[in-house]
Write a new protein. Structure first.
Length: 319
């Protein structure tokens, strides 16, 4: 296995035994004086890294305000919360944190050129790698139990259970991010691949199980679905779409790293794969906001315009 070929990739491979500035761990930060460069080794192949930077710019411009709006809506509805609100809030908070780190990455890329700045950014990458998939799986678990085991769900509605699970997920997230920041762990990249594959499989189970429950809930000769179960299916289906669009590409590409040259994999495959993962910080809050029947904090003129466009779209579909 070979070390991360440029500073923008997040995994730990080794290309040669000689330490380079982009492979330095925390213990070696103070021992090197060589100038830091995020493009080192990819000076003539920067397209993949720039593609990832565009995705992070998208997170900063759209994802950050969207996540802040989600948090504001959850706080506003705290007196009538949904059982999944704490997971949605934690997910939005972690995505907002990741969006806030984008300017630090840009400044460090062209101005600071600091290894410490890269370590801070690397920690945020670790948070993003873990918090998103785990909190999405928590939301799916909540809907899964609500639909298939309603009696058990009614007994587990207390907020303390969801707080405990959220704290556990946050501990896993920060432990993973710390290990990624320190570096030097053998085969550490396989943890991320295994995590995404397991969560993808879990999302499939959720969808199939909820669909099965919806079919069973229909009466003979009727097409009606129970509103709660129908809503749960839409939620989990949107989560599966996020997993497929944002998390599956790196998992599908990275296992075939031996088929690429170190330059191509480090300068193109990794940055592009992680760009899909990064942009989920924007897609996730937008999917949540699109499911809301009423959007608070927005002027009535904008709401009327959006409603008119939505009605026109529905009319055109019916025609």
């Amino acid at each position: 296995m070979w070390e991360r070929y440029n500073i923008y990739s997040r995994t730990n491979y080794t290309l040669d035994p000689t330490p380079s500035p982009y492979n330095i761990t925390l213990e070696q930060v103070n021992a090197t004086q060589k100038p830091f460069s995020a493009f080192e080794g990819c000076e003539l192949m920067v397209e993949g890294i720039i593609f990832d930077m565009v995705a992070q710019s998208f997170n900063l411009a759209i994802g950050l305000p969207a996540n802040i709006l989600v948090i504001a809506i959850l706080i506003r509805n705290r007196h009538e919360p949904s059982t999944s609100d704490i997971f949605l809030g934690c997910l939005a908070l972690m995505d907002a944190y990741f969006g806030l780190m984008a300017p630090i990455g840009f400044i460090n890329l062209y101005h600071w050129r600091s290894m410490k700045g890269w370590m801070a950014l690397k920690f945020s990458y670790g948070v993003k790698d873990t918090s998103g998939p785990l909190f999405l799986s928590c939301i799916c678990l909540d809907r899964f139990v609500a639909v298939l085991f309603p009696i058990a769900f009614s007994q587990l509605k207390a907020i303390k259970y969801r707080i405990s699970l959220s704290v556990f997920v946050l501990c896993l997230t920060f432990a993973y991010a710390s290990a990624k920041t320190i570096g030097g762990l053998p085969n550490f990249e396989k943890v991320f691949t295994g995590e995404i594959l397991a969560i993808f499989a879990w999302m499939i189970v959720c969808n199939l199980s909820i669909l099965w429950a919806l079919k069973r809930s229909r009466g003979a000769g009727k097409d009606e679905m129970h509103p709660m179960k129908k809503k749960a299916f839409k939620v989990v289906r949107s989560l599966l779409a996020i997993i497929v669009c944002n998390y599956l590409p790196p998992v599908a590409l990275f296992p075939f790293q031996d088929h690429y040259s170190p330059l191509v994999f480090g300068c193109y495959v990794q940055p592009v794969g992680y760009a899909f993962l990064n942009v989920s910080s924007t897609i996730q809050p937008l999917v949540y906001l699109s499911r809301l029947e009423k959007m608070p904090f927005l002027p009535q003129s904008i709401l009327k315009m959006l409603c008119c466009k939505k009605k026109k779209a529905l009319t055109s579909l019916e025609d």
